[in-house]
Every structure is written in structure tokens, then in C-alpha cells.
Design a protein around this ligand. Structure first.
Ligand SMILES: [Zn+2]
Length: 278
């Protein structure tokens, strides 16, 4: 769980297994007398800093929020999922039976009804000339947000995780259109250093970053191609497409949530293909 200094004001808090899910790599931002932690992970739960800034409401980013007096802030569209467990379950689009008490305990989830929401153009003045700019990156969740820390030029893109597996868009309100816009946005923001929450990075070379971003984004086309191949055999429902290699490899490891996630994501691709001309 090493700390890695990225720039004058930004430190990466590396989790076990390089922050592979369920773990992660939050950031610590210091300016003036103020300390902000971006996301709270299993290895770096929410501490008693001035502010815990959350990229999105998912369980692996909000560990121990109920155990700290720190102020909590998250994009207003994800705010309900931090305010209440019922809304967390509703937004996750899973039934409480499946997710349930085990997960709640494992991630030390507790509601923070006092958490504040911020908007798309939010700028957080940390102090000492340090500012954190919200960079809206919706799709993974409706309120998923990256942060650009200036003047250091560090861009944190959270769960746009740059893995070759590709993006996840199975939340309530997730859309493929948003994911595509977000991937473009990630390519446009010109920063000096790029970090994600899980495993990949940090990147100190823009070309390395863009190369991994292209591989990550390319998974969308590959999924679409595999779905087209299934469709060539005849019409198919999202449910029927589960387990046939569109999102998860047929012979690969399937996490417990794979069926639900694959069905929702295939439905999005089918809707997109149906809406597309020709
Ligand atoms: Zn997430």
C-alpha cells in the first residue's frame, strides 16, 4: 500500500494488487492547509481529511464514509446513491438480495445523508493555489466524474479504467452514447499525468495513455462485432445473448454479477444497432 508522489500537490495511494477490483488507488490532494482525498478504497478508507471527493457512488469508492467526519461531495446525479442504501441498490440496478448485507459489510458501506452534490462545471478551490476541476465522464454511472488537478496537470479518470476488457455500462441511467462521449472527452483533455482508480497507470507519457485508451475503447467495437455475428443467425433477445461471448469470454472467468451486467450491456448495443440506419 505504497504512496506514490505524482506531483507537488498530488499523491497516489496504491492499494493491494495494484488496486484491482475490489481494491483501488485513491488520490490525496494537498494545498494550503487543506487535504482532499479523491475516492475512498478498501486499503485507504475515508480518513478525517477536510473533504472526501467521490468520483461515483459505487461500493469500492465509498469505503468507510460513515466512519469519518470529513465532508463528502459527489456529482449531484450520483448523490442519491451516497445518501441512502435504497437508492444505492436502485441505481446499481441489482436486487438487494443479490448485493445485500455481505457486500454492505465488506465495503463498510454507510449512508451519508449530509453529502453535498456538485455540478458539471464544479471547481473546488483547495487552497494554496490548488484547484480541482470536475470533468464529467458519465456512462459508467450517470454522475461518474473525473478530476483535473491544477496547476499540477494531473487528470484522474476513475473507472474509465483503461483495461483491455473495456467499459462497463450496466447502471441505471448508463448509456452507450454517454460512454462514447466520455471516451472522446478522455482523449481531449491534455494533462501531464493521467491516473485511473484500478490497476492501470499512472501515465506520465500522453502517447502511452492514449494507446491504452484506444485499446479500452476498442472493446466496444469488438462487442458489437460479436453481437452482429449472433444476429446474423437470427433475432436474439439480450437474455438469450448472455453467456455467448459478447461481453465476457465464453471460456473465461465470470464474476458473480456477469449475467446481469452482460444482459444490460447487450440490450444497449441492440438498441444502438436498431437505431442505426442500415
Ligand atoms: Zn464503478
Amino acid at each position: 500500500m505504497a504512496e506514490q508522489r505524482l506531483s507537488e500537490h498530488v499523491t497516489l495511494l496504491r492499494g493491494v494488487d495494484d488496486g484491482t477490483y475490489p481494491r483501488g488507488n485513491p488520490l490525496l490532494v494537498r494545498g494550503g492547509d487543506t487535504t482532499v482525498q479523491i475516492d475512498a478504497s478498501l486499503d485507504h478508507a475515508a480518513p478525517d481529511v477536510d473533504l472526501v471527493l467521490i468520483s461515483h457512488y459505487h461500493e469500492d469508492h465509498v469505503v468507510g464514509l460513515g466512519e469519518t467526519k470529513a465532508a463528502v461531495s459527489v456529482h449531484e446525479r450520483d448523490l442519491p446513491g451516497v445518501h441512502s442504501w435504497d437508492d444505492f441498490i436502485r441505481l446499481m440496478d441489482v436486487d438487494a438480495e443479490t448485493f445485500g448485507e455481505d457486500m454492505r459489510r465488506k465495503f463498510r458501506w454507510s449512508e451519508r445523508p449530509d453529502a453535498q452534490g456538485f455540478g458539471d462545471d464544479a471547481v473546488i478551490d483547495v487552497g494554496g493555489g490548488v484547484r480541482i476541476h470536475a470533468v464529467p465522464l458519465p456512462g459508467h454511472t450517470i454522475g461518474h466524474t473525473g478530476f483535473l488537478i491544477e496547476p499540477d496537470g494531473v487528470l484522474y479518470i476513475a473507472d474509465v479504467d483503461l483495461m483491455a476488457f473495456g467499459p462497463m455500462y450496466a447502471d441505471l441511467g448508463s448509456t452507450l452514447a454517454d460512454v462514447r462521449t466520455t471516451l472522446k472527452r478522455c482523449a481531449e483533455v491534455d494533462a501531464g499525468i493521467y491516473t485511473t482508480f484500478h490497476h492501470k497507470g499512472p501515465y506520465f507519457d500522453r502517447d502511452d495513455y492514449l494507446a491504452d485508451l484506444a485499446v479500452h475503447a476498442g472493446a466496444l467495437d469488438a462487442r458489437e462485432e460479436r453481437l452482429r455475428a449472433l444476429l446474423a443467425e437470427g433475432p436474439i433477445t439480450p437474455q438469450e445473448a448472455v453467456g455467448r461471448g459478447v461481453v465476457y469470454r465464453v471460456d473465461g472467468r465470470r464474476p458473480w454479477y456477469a449475467d446481469a451486467v452482460e444482459e444490460v450491456m447487450v440490450a444497449q448495443h441492440l438498441a444502438e444497432l436498431e437505431g442505426a440506419p442500415g
